[in-house]
Design a protein around this ligand. Structure first.
Ligand SMILES: Cc1cc2nc3c(=O)[nH]c(=O)nc-3n(C[C@H](O)[C@H](O)[C@H](O)COP(=O)(O)OP(=O)(O)OC[C@H]3O[C@@H](n4cnc5c(N)ncnc54)[C@H](O)[C@@H]3O)c2cc1C
Length: 612
């Protein structure tokens, strides 16, 4: 066995911009998760020429490929962009690191590799904004989840040891993007998972992909043949781009804007990634469509810098307005993290555990030797494979009704920025109605506890925040200054109401289930912190408003609801321009985002081909 035996041929990367064709059928802005998926699908029949322009470069270092622990990319600053958010008034004025992948393969090359999809209701909700006939629904997306992911079941030993349930019918077997399980897991996880079942209302669905709430095991984006990260580049580009004469990739080049003739997008203007002015700017043309896939932080920046965005902002920045599109860069959402207490088990009869992999040098050496010998063992674990995705009803049995009622009764404009356009407010009103319904549903997850398998635990994610942020060009320098990212964390008071339920619920999980036998002791904020105002004060100090799952900044919603793209993912008000990345999600799925990004991209490719 040799991982190097797998070809990562990249000979047709166009190294110099002057080797480009003067025109392509399609130009894809951003060679990330969605961009490379769509580029693969658009070039496979040989009929269309495609250029991908990616700001990062081809990167195949072990920081990208290593599975063990997940998140290796975060320790290598050359693989990511790292922008400081606007100071967050709801979080004691802290600025937050906004991080995403900046390599060929995008965030799929640096993420935590957890593979999860949302609940059925999430995808039905997206369609509901367009009415009953929308193709955007759980049923409409399921075939694309199946197309996007090649599922490999856990080993029988793992299934037996941990009571893992799975149902391969929710998955496919043809994609080059793989979802698989480690060959080993931490013994305490069996008890921690069973403990969720001690809480009234928690189910164990038949599969992580069944679109239900509950506690379950899920795969990671790991190619089991080599036990390396499986991501958009090996899945949709390695050996594919090089073999197709109609497929070009330009790396290390940053797209500044989309070029227009009237209202028609005709090309893109780009510069070398490190440029600080436009002296080296070049334009390449597209006959059919410019496809935006620069991610939820940069897609709105590029659209605004091109003249597609809120008129007032564009004028302030001196950008000529092509179309006044108030929704571009509004509706920004991510999933807050560090939102519940953490605990230490003081009786811990399990060995080994997650912390051995971090701190026990003998254990690490053995794990390394085992992995080198046959690619098995603890080093086949990415950042985690199980946890719970629970509804507000389960978390807050006494108050969920009142929380939903108060949220639904809000004036939709009350907690949005004062400059928000009326169409965006109307869109938020529609979301408010739909999200209040989700708050009342047993089948929609609000709370996620992801387990690591150690003597300390406490990783909780808030899946459906109600606050909405913004991503705007810097009016002083739209092209070369990073976008201004404002999470507006906790700006909607419902978020704090929901989060105040997370602490008592998490305490219940540790103290009122079988986990009590492990003598848990609360580490942070500490068992003595019980008054809501004290918990709120603690949240404002520790909460991170992001789990690296930004979405919503070019939302697929009707135009009168502040939408940026229609159901075909075409940008309103112009011709020949679409968006296919995470920014089109109108609101968050009750899960992490990568699985959905790939499925949406597969659907996008079909939509684009259908209008070719
Ligand atoms: C650290 C981290 C951990 C995560 N962990 C998980 C996880 O465990 N599970 C999960 O489901 N999800 C996870 N996610 C989220 C998931 O990876 C993303 O939602 C998904 O990959 C986003 O895909 P995308 O296509 O929208 O954007 P990306 O994949 O980020 O692609 C955007 C691409 O555009 C390029 N680009 C940007 N600006 C320009 C420009 N001006 N010109 C040209 N190119 C440009 C970027 O370099 C990038 O390659 C994580 C994300 C991160 C960053």
């Amino acid at each position: 066995y040799s991982p190097a035996a797998r070809s990562v041929a990249h000979s047709t990367i166009v190294d110099r911009a002057d080797e480009l064709l003067s025109e392509y059928d399609y130009i894809i802005v951003g060679g990330g998760t969605a961009g490379l998926t769509v580029a693969d699908r658009l070039t496979e029949n040989g009929k269309h020429s495609v250029l991908v322009v990616e700001r990062g470069v081809f990167q195949n270092s072990s920081s990208v490929t290593t599975v063990s622990g997940g998140f290796r990319g975060l320790i290598d600053p050359t693989l990511t962009f790292n922008i400081s958010s606007v100071p967050q008034t709801g979080l004691n004025n802290r600025s937050i690191a906004v991080i995403g992948g900046l390599i060929l393969g995008g965030s799929s090359g640096v993420n935590g590799m957890q593979v999860l999809r949302g609940q059925r209701e999430d995808y039905d909700r997206w369609g509901s904004y367009f009415g009953k006939k929308s193709e955007w629904s759980w049923d409409g997306l399921l075939p694309y989840f199946q197309k996007a992911w090649n599922f490999h079941p856990p080993t029988p030993e793992l299934v037996d040891q941990f009571d893992i349930k799975y149902d391969a019918s929710y998955w496919g077997s043809t994609s080059n993007v793989h979802a698989s399980f480690p060959t080993f897991s931490w013994p305490v996880l069996k008890m921690e998972m069973a403990a969720f079942g001690d809480i009234p209302g928690v189910n164990f669905p038949s599969d992580s992909g069944s679109g239900e709430t509950g506690a379950y095991w899920h795969p990671a984006s790991v190619d089991p043949a080599v036990v390396l990260r499986s991501f958009a580049r090996p899945g949709h580009w390695d050996g594919i781009e090089a073999a197709r004469a109609n497929y070009h990739t330009l790396t290390g080049q940053k797209v500044l804007k989309v070029a227009f003739q009237g209202k028609r997008a005709t090309g893109v203007v780009f510069v070398p990634a490190g440029a600080t002015d436009q002296s080296q700017a070049r334009t390449v043309k597209a006959k059919k469509e410019i496809i935006m896939a620069a991610g939820s932080i940069h897609t709105p920046q590029i659209l605004q810098a091109s003249g597609v965005g809120p008129k007032k902002l564009l004028k302030e920045a001196g950008v000529p307005v092509v179309v006044d599109s108030p929704g571009v860069g509004s509706n920004f959402q991510d999933q807050p993290f560090t939102v519940a207490p953490s605990f230490n088990f003081t009786t811990f009869p399990f060995q080994p555990d997650f912390y051995d992999m971090l701190m026990n040098q003998t254990f690490i050496a053995e794990a390394q030797a085992q992995f080198e010998a046959n690619r098995t063992g603890p080093m086949s674990i990415a950042s985690g494979n199980c946890g719970s995705w629970l509804s507000l009803q389960v978390i807050a049995p006494k108050s969920w009704k009142d929380i939903a009622k108060r949220y639904e009764a809000q004036n939709p404009a009350a907690y949005l920025p004062s400059s928000t356009d009326k169409s965006v407010i109307a869109g938020y009103k529609a979301q408010q109605k739909a999200l209040a319904k989700s708050m009342r549903s047993k089948d929609s997850a609000s709370y996620n506890f992801f387990l690591r398998g150690g003597y300390e635990e406490g990783s909780v994610v808030y899946l459906h925040p109600t606050s909405r942020g913004t991503v705007h060009i810097n009016p002083a320098d739209p092209f070369f200054s990073p976008p201004e990212v404002d999470y507006r964390a906790l700006s909607n008071p419902t978020d704090l109401e929901v989060l105040l339920e997370f602490t008592p619920f998490t305490r219940k999980y540790f103290y009122e289930t079988r986990l009590k036998a492990l003598d848990p002791v609360e580490l942070s904020p500490g068992a003595e912190v019980t008054a809501p105002e004290d918990i709120a004060a603690w949240l404002r100090t520790v909460m991170i408003p992001s789990s690296f799952h930004p979405i919503g900044t070019a939302a697929m919603m009707p135009k009168h609801l502040g939408g940026v793209v229609d159901e075909k993912l075409l940008v309103y008000g112009v011709k020949g321009l679409s968006v296919i990345d995470a920014s089109v999600m109108p609101d968050l799925p009750g899960s992490y985002t990568q699985q959905t990004v790939y499925a949406v991209a597969e659907k996008a490719a079909d939509l684009i081909k259908a209008r070719a």
